[in-house]
Write a protein that binds this ligand. Structure first.
Ligand SMILES: [Zn+2]
Length: 408
């Protein structure tokens, strides 16, 4: 018989369209939600019911653009990438646990080294260690204009790009991630395309032919125009996009995944001591553009999901920044929950609480609809029907062994 768990909740934000009022009981069967029903008075103290009264229960958050390969805020990404695969594997496990502890139960990985993300996902899914659900692009693909980076695949030919995408698909990628614009730290104008139009189009055609979405690192300007023209499904970052580009994105039904905290965290990346004056100025401009982009995005109605770009466990801050930039608290919460589920193609399973969805949820002190910072006051997290914070409730393992019978 499947495990059955019941949660008594005073307040539930399902993010599934319904607004249940009053105490509810969430019934969980196996790793999914069986029902969410009004609680009767006896339910709270009943045997086998976990009492979450006084807290707000939400769907587990989705970090819609992250990498288990590094930590973004300390900077020096190239130095961080110098670790060997064994060291990286240990860090990936730790980063996954940190995500869970903060209520992040799903991550959309947009670039990992050597298919290590697939090994990580396999072991999380088989229950070897706790970690968030993984939707992954496997290796990300860029041209040599982006500069050498050990965690990215650098390719300068159409045929090479097609072959790389085919291998990613064959190995198990859920989506394809490419780089179409440059980087603030590397290029004077980081909105210019680093691939040719023909290379970009080949990437899109090769991915779409096999039913995978393509997402592109692109800040704004010509790189975003070309992505729209080529049929790229989603823009990552997008902070230099114009009002007209957000409007066009909305009209075409494309997505954008902002990475607000990368520039908005203070002190943060622009304050790191190792930059030259010229780069520091570009980073400051990116910070200003990022603040402005929140209002432009909101006004356009373009589909979006919020993300950290590898600030592990910090996606709640993204909701706080979105609200500071003018979004309603509810929009901001959707940005870290249901929108991420839709972007990952799992609108009924991830980022929502409803019958049939994964039993991925977290509970916070206070009401984030009133005070968005409450998303950070995590008291309880469950993934797939098992508690993962404050205690990790793993099934008892099957340990090999046996003792000979004692005599005398
Ligand atoms: Zn990234």
């Amino acid at each position: 018989m499947a495990d059955r768990t019941r949660l008594y909740c005073d307040r539930v934000l399902t993010m599934a369209g319904s607004r249940p009022s009053g105490p509810q009981v969430i019934e969980i069967e196996g790793d999914r939600i069986a029902s969410i029903k009004p609680a009767d008075a006896s339910a709270r103290g009943a045997d086998g019911v976990r009492d979450l009264s006084g807290l707000t229960v939400l769907p587990g958050m989705v970090d819609a653009h992250t990498h288990l390969d590094f930590d973004v805020l300390p900077g020096l990404e190239l130095q961080q990438a110098q670790v060997d695969d064994a060291e990286l594997a240990m860090r990936m496990v730790n980063r996954g646990i940190v995500n869970l502890q903060m209520g992040v139960t799903a991550v959309r990985l947009v670039g990992s080294r050597n298919f290590m993300d697939l090994t990580y996902r396999r072991d999380v899914e088989s229950g070897r260690f706790p970690g968030p659900r993984v939707i992954t692009a496997t290796r990300s693909i860029q041209s040599s204009l982006g500069g050498r980076h050990p965690n990215m695949l650098t390719i300068d030919s159409i045929e090479g790009m097609r072959a790389a995408i085919r291998e990613n698909i064959l190995r198990g990628a859920d989506l394809i991630k490419i780089f179409h614009s440059g980087f603030v730290g590397t290029h004077r104008d980081s909105t210019l395309p680093i691939m040719t139009r023909a290379e970009l189009q080949a990437c899109v055609d090769e991915s779409h032919r096999f039913g995978l979405a393509v997402t592109a690192h692109a800040y704004g300007g010509l790189s975003v125009d070309e992505c729209f023209d080529a049929g790229v499904d989603c823009i990552e970052h997008g902070f230099f996009m114009s009002a007209a580009q957000y409007a066009r994105g909305a009209e075409l039904g494309r997505w954008v995944v902002p990475t607000l905290g990368v520039f908005l965290t203070e002190p943060g990346i622009p304050e790191l001591p190792h930059w030259t004056a010229a780069i520091r100025e570009r980073l400051q401009r990116a910070r200003e553009a990022t603040w402005e982009s929140i209002g432009l995005l909101k006004a356009s109605g373009m589909d979006f999901a919020l993300s950290t770009d590898a600030n592990h466990g910090g996606v709640a801050y993204e909701a706080v920044y979105a609200a500071m930039g003018g979004m309603s608290n509810e929009e901001a919460i959707a940005g870290v929950t249901s929108h991420g589920g839709r972007l990952c193609g799992k609108p009924d399973e991830i980022g929502v609480l409803k019958p049939g969805s994964y039993a991925d949820l977290f509970a916070v002190e206070g009401d984030p609809l009133q005070r968005i910072e409450a998303l950070l006051d995590v008291r309880f997290v469950m993934k797939g029907g098992r508690g993962v914070f404050p205690a990790i409730e793993l099934p008892r393992p099957a340990v090999a062994g046996g003792c000979p019978p004692r005599t005398g």
